[in-house]
Design a protein around this ligand. Sequence first.
Ligand code: SF4
Length: 172
Amino acid sequence: MSVDLEQLNIQGVKINYYFVCKRKLWLFTKGITMEQNSDRVMAGKLVHENSYKRKQHKELLIDNLLRLDIVDKDYVREVKISSKMEKADKMQLYYYLYYLKKLGINKKGMINYVKERRQEEIELTPEIETEIEKIILDIVEISKEKTPPKLKKLPYCTKCAYYEFCYIKEEE
Ligand code: SF4
């Protein structure tokens, strides 16, 4: 399967939202962004800044799609508060590795879970690459939908930046 990444315009965060909530993904693809108001995102930014206080900060923006925390000789490193959204976080990092590979850059991934004080190394495999390609095509399909996927109550809805948007009717 050949996927034209530049044409498809898939930001890394969309891969994350794909696993967190398809409705959230749809809202984001329609340009409805409220994350900057979210406390959780603010907390994440603070943790991120503090975690790398002593290291030289090397955030990298690639093709306006990938915002990489840290890139060094062997690894793309991501900083996360905890592993609560482990699958989403891992797949986002796999996507970065996949994208870089398409650019001819081969790296491994390292996620630093700050609260748990642990790191996890990840590496692309042909199976993961196939999974990423399926997800990319699925995201393109979701973004073409005229209406958002139905609301599904999730345990983290109250912490989501779109909470008011999704639940406003229920509170009336
Ligand atoms: S509030 Fe819940 S259903 Fe709505 S976008 Fe967020 S996670 Fe999805």
